[in-house]
Design a protein around this ligand. Structure first.
Ligand code: 9WN
Length: 422
């Protein structure tokens, strides 16, 4: 029986989603991130679908309402002005139908759309018919503008959603942020600066935004002039998975999915170009310099999620999970660049764990998948719905009452998650 004074974890998670709902879209957490973020919304849809399928579709449709003419779906939609976040719409100068940033984010929306659809096909069909061409155009934009030997590249660290990971250290060092000017960060007034990227990082983030804006976010111009171009496991594996899910959705609708199937083959070949033989792991590759990042990150382990069961990755996974109590860390704890509190340079993220866990399970590594589900559930139960966690102690870090952590609870770690959610 539920004690009325103490809400259950499920009730708390649902209350977070509702509390972060701004009418048609959710914010990742109030204060720190007051707008709609791309991959956060896809996770939010997953969470909503466990108790309100119609609301899940609204989340995805609102995200796609920001799609640009070239097919790109921005990483932030600034539906309503809010001075609490920097850089805002005036700095970005996005050129789409809704004020937005000028870059994208890991395309997990089609994959969560498939999950929502599978949970209730009848209630989902109309929305699916509307969004299918939009998702297809977005994926095609990646295929047209972002491939290097079939692997998907990012043009800004924020695009991979793993902002300050050591994966980009080499490429970031190649940027001289000359003329970036003065600006005031807002993130460090919400969160302990030791848990956030440094000024060195921010100068380069803003410099890259200014460059994109100067080029009016033209894809061809950016391809030529942007010094930051890194082939990234997050993007490559999530797009590969998303294309597989989109093809399945297309078949359910009776659509021709020939071009999506061709893209899947190209991305499968591209994923193999991210295998770093010296590291014995999937790695990021700096396209401008041709150098490997040399990083075992949580994105390295998205291979299973993409349907690739590389035997070498099991050995890496077992090594990494044996050296920290709360895996999967965003950077290898045995590396001298590991920092257990600083954002994507060490902490564990529930969303990455969910993607890794879903992939492990689908590839038949069920014991590992179940163990990861358990430790992630324990982290959230014992330390709260935090943005991320210290992988050594489990301590909560970053923002609190976080939408995607609540969604991961509802869709993946809750003992009472509905059948079909995960
Ligand atoms: C920049 C919203 C987003 C996530 C990203 C995470 C963080 C933003 C920031 O927050 O990035 O996009 O300002 O730090 O790195 O993955 O989507 O939760």
């Amino acid at each position: 029986m539920t004690n009325q004074m103490t809400p259950t974890m499920d009730e708390q998670a649902r209350a977070i989603l509702r509390g972060n709902d701004r009418g048609g879209y959710t914010v990742p957490t109030s204060g720190l991130y007051p707008y709609q973020w791309n991959w956060d919304s896809a996770f939010a849809a997953w969470g909503f679908a466990t108790f309100d399928v119609a609301r899940a579709w609204v989340e995805i449709e609102t995200l796609l309402s920001g799609q640009w003419d070239n097919g790109m779906v921005p990483h932030i939609l600034f539906h309503r002005p809010d001075p609490g976040y920097f850089p805002g719409p005036d700095v970005w100068g996005g050129v789409g139908p809704v004020p937005s940033s000028g870059i994208s984010q890991p395309p997990v929306a089609a994959s969560f759309a498939r999950r929502v659809y599978d949970m209730d096909p009848d209630a989902s069909r109309e929305a699916l018919v509307r969004i299918f061409p939009k998702l297809k155009a977005w994926h095609q934009w990646f295929m047209d503008w972002r491939l290097d030997q079939g692997a998907v590249c990012i043009t800004h660290p924020w695009e991979a959603g793993r902002d300050n990971t050591p994966d980009w250290d080499g490429a970031m060092a190649g940027i001289d942020p000359v003329g970036v000017g003065d600006y005031t960060r807002r993130d460090t007034s919400h969160v302990d600066p030791a848990m956030r990227p440094t000024k060195y990082d921010y100068d380069r983030y803003i410099w890259l935004v200014q460059l994109g804006r100067r080029l009016n976010w033209g894809d061809a111009a950016l391809l030529k002039q942007n010094p930051f171009r890194v082939a990234d496991p997050t993007m490559t594996f999530t797009l590969l998975r998303a294309q597989r899910d989109l093809a399945a959705l297309g078949r359910a609708l009776g659509e021709d999915v020939g071009s999506i199937d061709a893209a899947i083959q190209e991305l499968e070949a591209g994923a193999e170009t991210l295998w770093n033989p010296d590291l014995a792991c999937y790695d990021a590759r700096d396209v401008r310099s041709g150098k490997w990042a040399g990083c075992v990150s949580n994105a390295s382990f998205l291979n299973w999620y993409a349907g690739i069961d590389h035997p070498g990755m099991v050995a890496q996974y077992d090594r990494i999970t044996s050296i920290c109590k709360y895996p999967v860390p965003s950077h290898d704890p045995s590396s001298d660049r590991f920092d257990p509190k600083r954002y994507w340079r060490g902490p564990t993220w529930g969303i990455m764990n969910a993607l890794i866990g879903l992939g492990l399970e689908e590839c038949g590594h069920t014991d590992r998948a179940e163990a990861l589900r358990q430790t992630t559930g324990e982290l959230i139960r014992d330390h709260g719905f935090a943005e991320y966690f210290d992988p050594l102690t489990g301590r909560a870090a970053g923002g609190g009452t976080f939408t995607w952590t609540a969604a991961v609870w509802l869709g993946w770690t809750s003992p009472s998650r509905p059948k079909g959610a995960s």
